[in-house]
Ligand binder design. Structure first.
Ligand code: NAD
Length: 482
């Protein structure tokens, strides 16, 4: 296997040590822009996982008893390091995941801000005192739940792991995190910032491995008190079921299939520009990416013209090249999925307005693709594309659009464009989603909660709610003079 000496050598981080583990096996790390192998990732053995669990158990005792001001200081140092190293972290991310360098470094910088926000918020994880009988003090305390097993995917190689790490550590928990084997050096560089900031050994442990084997081992371990997962709905259901069998709470951030409703009274040009910007970000590999465009028939022509124009203005290329605005897909699975979903839609009568075919060059490239006349039974209308496909569907009245939008089992993000306050209120009340944006398609913000309803999962990341999963609520009733 040829690897690139310029790419960081991937190590796991267990009990405060960088290690290759038992190195039973490794997997290649591939640059999606060139399809070249740029590194290899060690896969944990069971003994490695047991060491990580033991370390997290001890790390939890250390961390939960560390004064909150000291914990916050370590986390702020880590945030400063992430920010300082954002250009280098961004380069590593682009090589492993493909997104343009500007998106990668931007993700690293936002990650630092998210960490600061959660670290500060943890200082206010107040309990309460409840009026009770004389001589009795009735209190509610919030305490860290314990060691966390976390599993994160490849689409946000720093932001994804950091959402789990920053919330868990801010709450006083320790973690064993399995980051994606496809973007391992990026996760490693993130963890290095925490290590260099002085996080005590064992508090944060990073492993890689065969996903099903690692999750089974960690979730079954009595040491683990919470399971936190971001990824696909089928895998989320598997892990949530397994966690339930061993009576462990879980936090599930799963996929969606976000509807965008453009109403008759919206400005179609503004809506098209906003939706297009969000659609092509990270080549559409975002769980909240707009993915079903329901446009009122009176504005569909104007919307379509502007949306196609925006799609054709996207510069697809290697994320490291100046001027690229959309990189390749992160892996071959996504490329195959784009080809399959496009072919299925066309076979059922859809028309491709732009894109639709991979370019003749190495790399997992697929262009922004806009389709119209997409029938309701096309796979693309019910399967999350998780890539740069945009089906446009006209509608006649809002009831019909809301029924279509809510028809799928998912409920993560939804978007609405309207000039009417009454319609905006109706969209807010009736769209079944955990994250709703009106008149824009903005991304997640750390100060507000994100999460799904229905099959898109449960629990929230971001905002004060982010700490809820990581804290238990304990009632203490203290009789002062027995
Ligand atoms: P996948 O279902 O094979 O894997 C998704 C993630 O889960 C990966 O990181 C993978 O390593 C991990 N995983 C898989 N099986 C696991 C197991 N048994 N235990 C623990 N982790 C496990 O899908 P994929 O091909 O990587 O991505 C495709 C789909 O996943 C997309 O279509 C999208 O719906 C979803 N996805 C969602 C998000 C998100 O942010 N919600 C992120 C990435 C992928």
């Amino acid at each position: 296997m040829t690897t690139d000496p310029g790419h960081p050598a991937v190590r796991m981080y267990i009990a405060g040590q960088w290690c290759q583990g038992g190195a039973r096996d490794t997997a290649p790390v591939v640059d999606p822009a060139t399809e070249e192998v740029i590194g290899e990732v060690p896969l944990a053995t069971r003994a490695d996982l047991d060491r990580a669990l033991e370390a997290a158990t001890q790390g939890f005792e250390t961390w939960r008893t560390t004064p909150v001001a000291e914990r916050t200081a370590v986390l702020h140092r880590a945030a400063d390091l992430i920010e300082e190293r954002a250009p280098e972290i961004g380069r590593v991310m682009t090589r492993e995941q493909g997104k343009p360098l500007g998106e990668s470094t931007g993700e690293a910088r936002r990650t630092a801000e998210t960490l600061r926000w959660h670290a500060d918020d943890a200082r206010r994880a107040y309990g309460r005192i409840i009026p009770s009988a004389p001589g009795t003090v009735l209190t509610v305390r919030r305490e860290p739940i314990g060691p966390v097993a976390a599993f994160v995917p490849w689409n946000f190689p720093v932001g994804g792991p950091n959402r789990k790490i920053s919330s868990a550590l801010s709450a006083g928990c320790s973690l064993v995190i399995k980051a994606s084997e496809e973007t391992p050096a990026t996760a490693m560089e993130l963890v290095r910032c925490y290590a260099d900031a002085g996080l005590p050994p064992g508090v944060l442990n990073l492993v890689f491995g065969e996903p099903a084997e690692v999750s089974e081992h960690l979730i079954s371990s009595p040491a683990v008190r919470l399971v936190a997962f971001t990824g696909s709905v089928p895998v989320g259901k598997l892990l949530a079921a397994r966690a339930g069998e061993v009576m462990k709470p879980s936090l599930m951030e799963l996929g969606g299939h976000a509807p965008v409703i453009v109403c008759a009274d919206a400005d179609p040009v503004r809506a098209a520009r906003g939706a297009a910007r969000a659609k092509w970000a990270n080549a559409g590999q975002v769980c909240t990416s707009p993915s079903r465009f329901l446009v009122h028939e009176s504005v569909v022509a104007e919307f379509t013209a502007e949306f196609v124009k925006a799609a054709e203005a996207v510069v697809v290329g290697d994320g490291l090249e100046e001027g690229t605005t959309m990189g390749p897909l992160a892996n071959q699975r996504r490329l195959k999925a784009m080809e399959r979903l496009t072919a299925d839609a066309v076979a059922r009568g859809a028309t491709i307005l732009t894109g639709g075919e991979r370019p003749a060059r190495p790399g997992y490239f697929f262009p922004p693709t806009v389709l119209t006349d997409v029938p309701a039974d096309a796979e693309l209308m019910s399967e999350e594309p998780f890539g740069p496909l945009a089906p446009l569907v006209p509608f006649r009245d809002l009831d019909e659009a809301l029924t279509t939008a809510n028809a799928l089992p998912y409920g993560l993000a939804a978007y609405g464009f309207t000039d009417s306050a009454a319609t905006a209120e109706r969209l807010s009340a009736e769209l079944q989603a955990g994250i709703l944006s009106i008149n824009h398609c903005g991304g997640s913000v750390h100060e507000a909660p994100s999460g799904g309803v229905k099959d898109s999962g449960y629990g929230r990341e971001g905002g004060p709610e982010a700490l809820d999963a990581y804290l238990i609520t304990k009632r203490v009733s203290h009789l002062l003079a027995p």
